[in-house]
Write a protein that binds this ligand. Sequence first.
Ligand code: HAX
Length: 441
Amino acid sequence: MSQLKEKLQEKIQAHRPRITRLTKEFGSVVIDKVDIGQCIGGARDIRCLVTDISYLDPQEGIRFRGKTIPETFEALPKAAGSEYPTVESFWYFLLTGEVPTPDQVKAVEAEFKVRQQVPEYVYTALRALPRDSHPMVMLSVAIMTMQKESKFCGFYNSGKFNKMDAWEYVYEDASDIVARIPVVAAFIYNLKYRGDKQVAIDQNLDMGANFAHMIGQSDQYKDVARMYFILHSDHESGNVSAHTTHLVHSALSDPYYAYAAGLNGLAGPLHGLANQEVLGWIMDFQKKLNGAEPTKENVTKALWDTLNAGQVVPGYGHAVLRKTDPRYTAQREFCLKTPGLKEDPLFKLVAMIFETAPGVLTEHGKTKNPWPNVDAQSGVIQWYYGVKEWDFYTVLFGVGRALGCMANITWDRGLGYAIERPKSVTTDMLEKWAAEGGRKM
Ligand code: HAX
């Protein structure tokens, strides 16, 4: 058993009695109410999911295992010659809640080197798809194609399946998916945009650095990849991709089925596809400018044109957050400290939208949160480094999100969480309860 798996075993065993006690002794303690608005309005704010991997505070933003983004970056061991941690060290931290030592990080890196070999049939399947398929379709297909490798599924079918050990097989699949997904993403990038000019894995590089290498990027992009994958990893478990992954896995569908489903949710424009939409919106705006300088006035007009056309301003608003997303801030700070990037016209335009959009959205009066989310800033960095194919941006999100979704379902099995099955009601029932001033219990 690897060091990480051993540590995880220890943590899961220590945690199990807490869940047993809560269920057995305190199962009927009420923690929330549900109103008709929440039933119709996407179950917003109903506290009915449990995760210790991350927590999203509406004002403060995300904490991974209790740490803010700056605290996380500060605490974790750094990649050689970089001020950013490796994705491998972050994976250890997400899974266990402990900051790994440099040796523990090395062990995960070595484990990933073995796991990251993608079976050739995945590439054959991807090459057989129409080349103009959306890259998120390709990523989802690639994950589904590998389902036949599932160790969890093998364990389930072995006749020896039991609830106590099931997490170990989820861990195996989860680690395989996390180690392979950047390699698959690089293959898709090269297949779609670089004439199928493929680049072999460099065994000496950590995950972020190897991704940069495989898509033909500069040394500087290694940190972009590390930062990007970590920032996009987890946002507690109610968001569409994490919740879908959790829901599908709750039926004991294996991690391949579960994450392919999560990716399909991530591909929605109100969720992960928003990063592609942001770049599309900016490019449209620039085209309409026809060479003129962007100003606060013409940005304001473009925002109102979008709103008056009944569309959303991509990259702004959030279902939970009520302040600027600290994932936005972390990326903005990366831009501000990177010579060249902070003078880049696209960055300047995004900064101007940041100055303008919250006021416009507040005046528009609909959104509960007029502030930017993670997707408002991320495309600018990719564009600056030459990853200009913006329909690929959600794939980058999907690589990062795998870390959170896979850590979560490993713990779901470790703690034996139940199959998810909320109760539905009819409109007639809602109308009856509305007339009666509430449901009689
Ligand atoms: N532009 C225009 N209108 C917006 C808006 C925006 N950016 N954000 C919210 N609204 C509107 C909603 O569409 C809704 O209108 P209706 O009453 O007509 O339905 C109203 O304001 C209230 O919405 P809300 O309660 O503030 O927000 P929701 O929880 O319903 O939705 C969304 C949250 C993120 C989906 C929403 O803010 C949105 O569509 N934003 C733009 C798309 C985007 O950036 N998505 C990425 C979010 C981060 C993420 O998940 N990344 O993966």
